[in-house]
Structures are given as C-alpha cells and as structure tokens.
Design a protein around this ligand. Sequence first.
Ligand code: ZN
Length: 168
Amino acid sequence: MSDLKVAENIVASVHYTGTLPDTGEVFDTSEGRDPLKFLVGHRQMIPGFEEELMGAVVGERREFTLSPERAYGEPIEELIAEFPKSEFAQLEKSGVTIEVGMQLVAQTIQGPAPFFVKAVSDEFITADFNHALAGKSLTFSVEVVELQEASEEELAHGHAHGPGGVEH
Ligand code: ZN
C-alpha cells in the first residue's frame, strides 16, 4: 500500500469522462480504454484538470466543472482565417463537398493543423483553427486508479511512460 497523493512529479493514472454541462454530451472518456496516465505538473493536461485532482488518493472519485479559462481557453479571433475556395479545388475534385462544421487538416510549415469549416461562400472558406472545446465549460468525472513516483526518465521527458501515457 502507498500513501501517495496526486501532487507534482507523481504519475497519475485516472479514468475520466468529460461532458458538456449544458447538454450532458460526452466529448471524451477513457471508458473501455487504458486509464489515462500523466505526469502531474508538466503541462500534459489542461490546468484546471490537475488543480482539481491535487491531493486525491487511489480510489478517490472527483467531479468538477471547469470554466473555459481553466480548460482550453476562449476562442482567439486570430485563429480564424479566410482562404480562397480555389485552394480546395483538389479536394472538391476528389468528390468532397466542403460544408460548415466539417473538420479538415491544413498542411503548414509547422506540420498538419486541423481546423473546422466555419463558413463557406462562393469564393471563400472560413477556417477556425481554435480547439474544438475552446470557449466551453467542461465537466469531468475522474477516478484515481493508480499513483506512482515518476522515474528519472519520465521527469527528464516531462511525461508519463507506458500504456495510457507516452509509449516510445
Ligand atoms: Zn518519454
């Protein structure tokens, strides 16, 4: 038995379900998968998620609702951009009709960047690169499954290793 609690530099394994408080819609859950494993205090998780779990012991269950500032932040206007529709000609030629709400991926110099189609006109497509959960309050139900001291390697990498964490 251990007397570990959720704290900085502890590897926490948790089962969680995230719902939108307005609708009750589940946007993410670890049910049916390995528990999520993360190194506490290394920005692996959204800030409020860790804060609300601090001090929890194995077997403890906590439920909390995070405001957008403590979750994925407010949507940023600069992350919304218009592109000429002609840039998507290739996609449309392959039979894809671009519609509002669709998620697409732009190839940028920093790598692939997913975005949502916010608006479509005859000439332009408005792309929203904000996180899909930006601007939303999120409710989490979390159960602490396991707590371990982090290994030297995990501390050096800044993340948890193994199933449910980073496997490499
Ligand atoms: Zn690593």
